[in-house]
Design a protein around this ligand. Structure first.
Ligand code: UDP
Length: 239
């Protein structure tokens, strides 16, 4: 069965907004439980899975900057939000019996381990789902960029980007009903067309490191595991 697996090691980027469900803010535990169940399904296939979690459901640095505040402080607040989300996801995975660890790019040893590539690889080799918190650890970056960065550091075969819809469209399909959906694109096409799937820095980093980006719906139960075995619905961005 394992020979049918298309991607043996992946990094999954989950945005903070995916965790808030129908609420306008914060964490809906039932939604986090569901996403954790999808990750558990992937682990059960024997796939190495690490996760970069966003923080947009709690705070974005631009919210401070747009009101005249210090962007760097705002970004610190945003990065702290990702730690809260990471702890929530770990809690849901542990409830399902999936061993998982949170590694933060910002040191907070009373709460979780600090990120080093060495530690991350060792936890992954021990069979744990590694959840990366704190983004890149730097202001003016996003957790999408952290996703591409950690995918490269972990030697991931693909960067999975869970979104609200089932792939990349020419425009937001929720606003433009006749938007075109793409099955395949190159990194260069995503950048040239300005397709709003991940920020430019993230796509450029993935392109430089020849890491495919697999864009799929995080809300479609079971889709993650289906794509891991070469089925399911996604847009694949590759060289
Ligand atoms: N952030 C940051 N550096 C990073 C990653 C994130 O400063 O490397 C901050 C930034 O303020 C961002 C917030 O954390 O707005 C939440 O991350 P993001 O917006 O990427 O979350 P998502 O959109 O995935 O929920």
């Amino acid at each position: 069965m394992t020979s049918d697996i298309r991607y043996r090691r992946v990094l999954l980027k989950v945005s903070g907004e995916a965790l808030m469900g129908e609420q306008g803010f914060g964490i809906d535990v039932a939604v986090v439980d569901r996403i954790a169940a999808d990750i558990a399904e992937g682990r059960a296939l024997g796939v190495d899975i690490s996760v970069v979690i966003g923080g947009g459901n709690i705070f974005r640095g631009v919210a401070v900057a747009s009101k005249g505040g210090d962007r760097v402080i705002g970004d610190h607040m945003g990065m702290l939000g990702t730690v809260i989300n990471a702890l929530a996801l770990r809690t849901s995975l542990i409830k399902l019996g999936v061993d998982a660890i949170v590694l933060s790019a910002i040191a907070m040893p009373e709460i979780c381990e600090s990120f080093t590539q060495r530690a991350a690889l060792a936890h992954q080799a021990a069979g744990r789902v590694v959840i990366f918190a704190g983004g890149t650890g730097n202001p003016f970056f996003t957790t999408d960029s952290a996703g591409a960065l950690r995918a490269a550091e972990m030697g991931a075969a693909a960067l999975f980007k869970g979104t609200q819809v089932d792939g990349i469209y020419s425009a937001d399909p929720k606003k433009v009903p006749d938007a075109t959906r793409f099955d395949r694109l190159t990194h260069a096409e995503v950048l040239e067309r300005g397709l709003a799937v991940m920020d430019v820095a993230a796509v450029a980093l993935a392109r430089e490191n020849h890491i495919p980006i697999v864009v799929f719906s995080i809300h479609q139960k079971g889709e993650f595991a289906r794509i891991l075995v070469g089925a399911g619905r996604a847009t694949v961005v590759s060289d």
